[in-house]
Write a protein that binds this ligand. Structure first.
Ligand code: SF4
Length: 280
């Protein structure tokens, strides 16, 4: 077994919390530049230029990209030969979130109870997902998730007979309903399969895939292209001002499911696409 002190996880989460809030995902910046080059609408061009300028200012001045610094969503892959020592994982993650958000002067956006709505003051607790994998490494992804896009995300239990077109229609309908509220241009995470509770996790995990990588399954890569085309035909555009680019990319993650089910979840990601990752 390889011992890993949980203090290292606290330190890594604190660093990722700050860095990811200051720095727009590199792949997303490249997508914005491409979108600007191909955009005809002056309003959308202006929004895209402002987003690129905002990213430059945030990174240069160590200021958050957006006032909504998000729920701290943390994904782990933990090798089965790792032994976490000197504390528990959940407390270590929350200590890192607390240090990163308070030390980086990032807004605390969590309320301790969804009805009483009192701010916890330090953006804890985090939402933590853990996969056990072979090996002796710990891999961490930090995804600060803004509420504007999260609120407009949807899931549905489609019938298998709805098929490929049913999936495309559901994603397009979700994006059309979201309009400007999800802060486009979007990255669209789509979870396919699993169960009622599992599909949304697949959709969120799909957002972690680096933007410059293709889906390894050709039929899913083709689905991603068709969804992207259909979504951009809506003409919502950057900031909702109309234009060619409502979404910059679609990422589909699939999982086996019941013969009688076709669970689909759509997790919308906004123009503050922030993902940090590190391996310990
Ligand atoms: S949805 Fe994204 S871009 Fe919009 S306010 Fe929230 S974090 Fe900012």
């Amino acid at each position: 077994m390889r011992p890993v002190d949980v203090a290292r996880i606290t330190g890594a989460v604190a660093r990722l919390a700050e860095e990811s809030n200051y720095r727009l995902d590199r792949g997303y910046v490249a997508y914005l530049e491409d979108a600007l080059a191909s955009e005809d609408s002056p309003d959308a061009q202006h929004v895209l230029e402002e987003l690129l300028e905002n990213a430059r200012l945030a990174e240069g001045g160590s200021a958050p990209l957006c006032q909504d610094t998000g729920v701290a969503v943390v994904f782990f892959e933990i090798g089965q030969r790792v032994q976490l020592v000197d504390g528990d994982l959940a407390s270590a993650v929350d200590a890192g979130v607390r240090r990163g958000y308070c030390g980086g002067y990032l807004r605390g956006s969590m309320v301790g109870d969804p009805l009483l709505r009192e701010n916890t003051g330090d953006n804890t607790p985090a939402i933590v997902h853990v996969d056990l994998v072979p090996g002796d490494r710990v891999k961490i992804w930090f995804l600060p998730k803004g509420a504007g896009s999260e609120n407009m995300s949807r899931s549905a239990m489609l019938r298998p007979a709805d098929g490929r077109q049913g999936i495309i229609d559901f994603v397009v309908e979700t994006v059309a309903d979201a309009g400007a509220s999800a802060c486009p241009p979007l990255i669209i995470g789509v979870g396919l399969g699993g169960t009622f509770d599992f599909a949304p996790q697949l959709a969120k995990k799909a957002l972690l895939r680096p933007l410059d990588t293709d889906n390894p399954a050709e039929h899913l890569a083709a689905l991603e292209r068709d969804i992207l085309r259909a979504v951009n035909d809506l003409g919502i555009g950057a900031g909702g001002f109309g234009g060619r680019t409502t979404a910059l990319d679609v990422r589909v993650q699939a999982h086996p499911c019941h013969i009688a089910s076709l669970p689909v979840a759509v997790n919308l990601q906004c123009h503050a696409h922030r993902v940090g990752t590190v391996e310990i």
